[in-house]
Design a protein around this ligand. Structure first.
Ligand code: AMP
Length: 215
């Protein structure tokens, strides 16, 4: 059983690598950021609340985020395993996840930690584009679509995420260092952490992941 957490700072390539892992290992890809963006698009109460934090580069409060993930992990499709992308991001979230894992008999088996130097993150974030329709990730120089501004997969328009600007990135990195980085130690105590060099090509990262998770 593969119950995976994908960790790393904003711009490390969590979303891009998550899509590849989820396709290769047939695991549901659970991204709290995507769930919040979907809620914002649908203008739900959760969306309004999340937006007020996301626009400032701050984390959405734990109780909201934990409730959302707990509901999602209890769904039947997570029986075969799951891939968490962007959760947990705080120690209370990690502690809650350990408890949820025990309750559902779905404990975390691997923490994949994507390591990328900070200087690279700014360029990645500022050049990042995403498909408005299907969410597929692109980059203006590193991961270009075949046709400018158009998604290769679904033909949707490519846009910049509202929180992908230099100003918001500063708070997101600050949140990462203060709230999320301590999780590496938390999971190291359980011997679950595997570092990945996020500056390598996507294909060689996939190879590294294969050697950790198996074929
Ligand atoms: P992401 O798409 O993972 O970069 O997340 C975008 C934004 O959504 C973050 O900057 C946070 O504001 C919010 N968010 C996503 N996941 C979490 C989480 N686990 N805890 C709190 N806020 C989150």
């Amino acid at each position: 059983m593969l119950n995976i957490i994908l960790m790393g700072p904003p711009g490390a390539g969590k979303g891009t690598n998550a899509k590849r892992i989820s396709a290769s290992y047939k695991l549901p890809h659970i991204s709290t950021g995507d769930m919040f963006r979907e809620a914002i698009k649908n203008q739900t109460e959760l969306g309004m609340l999340a937006k007020s934090y996301m626009d400032k580069g701050l984390l959405v409060p734990d109780e909201v985020t934990i409730g959302l993930v707990k509901e999602r992990l209890a769904k039947d499709d997570c029986k075969v395993g799951f891939l968490l992308d962007g959760f947990p991001r705080t120690i209370p979230q990690a502690e809650a996840l350990t408890k949820i894992g025990e309750e559902l008999a779905r404990p975390i088996t691997h923490v994949l930690n994507i390591v990328v130097p900070e200087s690279v993150l700014v360029d990645r974030i500022c050049g990042r584009r995403v498909c408005k329709t299907c969410g597929a990730p692109y980059h203006v120089t590193n991961l270009k679509p075949k046709v400018d501004g158009i998604c290769d997969l679904c033909g949707g328009n490519l846009v910049q995420r509202a929180d992908d600007n230099e100003e918001t990135l500063k708070s997101r990195l600050n949140e990462y260092h203060h709230q999320t980085e301590p999780l590496i130690k938390y999971y190291s105590n359980f011997n679950l952490v595997h570092d990945l060099d996020g500056t390598k090509s996507l294909d060689s990262i996939s190879e590294d992941i294969k050697s950790i998770l198996g074929e």
